[in-house]
Ligand binder design. Structure first.
Ligand code: PLP
Length: 456
């Protein structure tokens, strides 16, 4: 048994430093959807951390596969050796990506690295094609693409990037398609097309020959609470990218790896991305692992021009890739992508059901088990709850106190949000969904009087 006792007790300073969060207990054990703390208290992890532990905690098949790999070799540097797990994982991803034309993979250690890798591949492709004037990457507001400076320059969160703005080249943004806030005379599809057309306006404003790519989470994550645009949106986006010679990059760091009920979230639409960034669910929290998936001809063009000038020490390490392969086996052998679609539909309907009981739930959104909801003082008018209520933290904490972990986020000062992600593992059972919904109901009930006071 490992020693899980922290050097310091609870509520005492730590030698580590992080983005501030509430003081938290010590996690000592995980199994499936549950985590236990050092007081023996059980939590239902309906968040998968930050949408990461997609096959649940402590899956024995993955642990055994990692142990077997560790017995053989933990690390071999790619400049010195090939390794089987990395080659096999790339082959498996190429098969999964083939319907979208994504047949080549670069491995890294997380989402920010995957986004950096994706935009650097895009830039090198433009240079190789003789289009070196292209360097701007349009993204959406709000959005989250990572915390390293390149990825942060794409992240649509003014508070997050403001301190670092002088250190980087902030990239142009267009509004994320919150079509639910459309004017009365407009249909959902019309609103979605209006939002998509903003991409064209921005390209023209920037100067088309300077714009390299558009990056987007096909189904939104932390920044938009599972925002899912109507089907017409991505077809129009693709059309505009083609018209102006932009690459379309999907950031599937959160929504990929089966979470939305398709292996790639982009599979929900006919439009094909050129490059996809993946991480989180790829190795499902067992090790840090990310990937850039790209069209074969893009990679070939870059290779012909001298090769992809990018890499990390841990790129394509055998242990990380062995874990990624084992996670993929668990996903496929147990039909977990289909389970995500099926259980996701049930959970979404149950969350929508909670709207009758809790008038401050504004909208439930998402696909598969990438589900979210936001809270509003007025659902019809889309008036947010006052930021002073801090509904995001208050509701998530009320749930936590009852043993349920959901993911809360407050974007743009609570003006666009507060919202929540409810994203259990892809092997969630019907009984576990019952438990999640019941605990969520209790957490929302704890908060309800506060909302009622400002809604009255
Ligand atoms: N892109 C998206 C859509 C994300 O959700 C995240 C993390 O939440 C990232 C990129 C950055 O990933 P990481 O935290 O692994 O660097």
């Amino acid at each position: 048994m490992n020693d899980h006792t922290p050097r310091h007790g609870r509520n005492e300073p730590s030698s580590m430093f992080f983005w501030p969060t509430a003081d938290r207990p010590v996690a000592v054990k995980g199994d499936g959807i549950y985590i236990w703390d050092d007081d023996g208290r059980r939590y239902v992890d309906a968040s998968c951390g930050p949408q990461t532990t997609n096959i649940g905690h402590n899956n024995r098949a993955v642990v055994e596969a990692m142990r077997a790999q560790m017995d053989d070799i933990c690390f071999a540097f790619r400049s010195h050796f090939k390794n089987g797990p990395a080659e096999r994982l790339a082959d498996r991803l190429a098969v999964l990506g083939a319907p979208k034309g994504l047949t080549r993979a670069f491995f890294c250690s997380g989402g920010s690295e995957a986004v950096e890798g994706a935009i650097k591949l895009a830039r090198q492709y433009a240079i190789a094609k003789g289009e070196a004037t292209r360097y701007k990457i349009i993204s959406r507001l709000p959005s989250y693409h990572g915390s390293t400076l390149g990825a942060l320059s794409l992240t649509g969160d003014p508070q997050m990037f403001a301190p670092f703005a002088p250190m980087m080249q902030t990239q142009p943004k267009i509004p994320a398609p919150f079509v639910v806030e459309r004017p009365e005379h407009e249909s959902e599809d019309e609103a979605a097309l209006r939002y998509a057309n903003m991409l064209e306006d921005q390209i023209i404003a920037q100067g088309p020959s300077t714009v390299l790519a558009f990056i987007v989470e096909p189904i939104g994550g932390a920044a938009t609470g599972a925002l899912t645009p109507p089907d017409v949106y991505y077809a129009r986006v693709r059309e505009i990218c083609d018209r102006y010679g932009l690459l379309l990059i999907y950031d599937e760091v959160m929504c990929g790896s089966g979470r939305t009920g398709r292996y790639l979230a982009g599979e929900h639409w006919l439009a094909n991305p050129d490059i996809v960034a993946m991480a989180k669910g790829l190795a499902a929290g067992y090790v840090p692992l990310g990937a850039v998936m790209a069209r074969g001809d893009i990679v070939q063009t870059v290779e012909d021009a001298g090769g992809y000038a990018h890499g990390h020490t841990y790129s394509a390490g055998p242990l990380a890739c062995a874990a990624g392969l084992a996670v993929l086996d668990v996903l496929m052998d147990n039909d977990l992508v289909a389970n995500a679609a099926e259980k996701g539909a049930v959970l979404k309907a149950r969350l929508e059901g909670l709207m009758d009981e809790f008038p401050f739930i504004g909208e439930v959104r998402g696909k598969g088990l990438m589900l979210g909801f936001d809270v509003m003082a007025d659902r019809q008018q889309r008036i947010p709850l006052p930021p002073s209520l801090d509904a995001g933290s208050a509701i998530a904490q009320a749930c936590y106190d009852r043993g349920l972990i959901i993911y809360s986020r407050r974007m743009l000062d609570g003006v666009r949000g507060d919202h929540f992600l409810v994203t259990p593992p892809l092997n969630v059972t019907s009984e576990e969904i019952d438990l999640i919904v019941e605990l969520l109901r209790q957490g929302l009930s704890d908060f309800a009087p506060k909302a009622a006071a400002v809604m009255a």
